[in-house]
Design a protein around this ligand. Structure first.
Ligand code: IMP
Ligand code: MG
Length: 183
């Protein structure tokens, strides 16, 4: 177990830079096997930005020719009810009618954020909406949704790095780590 001390936090490395790079390359080929038509890749900001940047560059080797647009969503977890609210902070500006769309996000946890985005794009006429996530945290799933492409299953821990944050810090880390002494 490799533990790194940063800024008073102890962070346990869960997925190293090289482990992530290898898996992300493989994922691009998994996406290519589905032979997407008129592919639009939609990174869901902000946490996905590094994963999306790497995955999209691997698309080149996998002979995929996506267009890319961005969506920013914010989910509010209402602790008193099981329903979470998702708000669109930034919408794509691309027509998805009859296109295959790949939503790219960092983590699938309750599933509410990606279920909302998927339903929205299907309602707008997308031909097929697929989901690529770096990490699956299946322990707190609240809606029935699965990702077609998943990097790694993640333990039920708070993780940072590779785009993911704790209070907007630690997004720059090139690995994914669990914060041991959070809060
Ligand atoms: P959900 O699937 O709607 O619950 O949303 C998952 C989102 O919650 C992810 O895209 C992250 O933005 C955030 N999230 C969940 N777990 C973590 C974590 O361990 N670290 C950082 N962000 C997290
Ligand atoms: Mg997110």
């Amino acid at each position: 177990m490799k533990i790194i001390q940063i800024n008073g936090h102890k962070i346990e490395v869960l997925f190293s830079q090289s482990t992530i790079a290898k898996r992300v390359d493989e994922m691009a080929f998994e996406v290519a096997e589905t032979e997407p038509q008129k592919l639009l890749a939609v990174p869901v900001l902000k946490g996905s930005f590094i994963f999306a940047a790497d995955l999209l560059r691997s698309f080149h080797s996998a002979d995929l020719l996506p267009e890319v647009d961005f969506m920013m969503l914010s989910s509010y977890r209402d602790k008193t009810t099981s329903s979470g609210q998702v708000e669109i902070l930034r919408d794509i500006q691309t027509d998805v009618t009859d296109r295959d769309v790949l939503l790219i996000d960092d983590i699938l946890e309750s599933g509410r954020t990606l279920a909302f985005a998927k339903d929205l794009l299907i309602a707008r006429g997308a031909r097929r909406v697929m989901i690529a996530i770096l990490l699956d945290k299946p322990h707190k799933r609240a809606v029935d949704i699965q990702a077609e492409f998943c990097g790694f299953e993640c333990p039920d821990k708070f993780v940072v790095g590779y785009g993911m944050d704790m209070g907007h810090a630690y997004r720059q880390l090139p690995f994914v780590g669990a914060v041991i002494n959070a809060g």
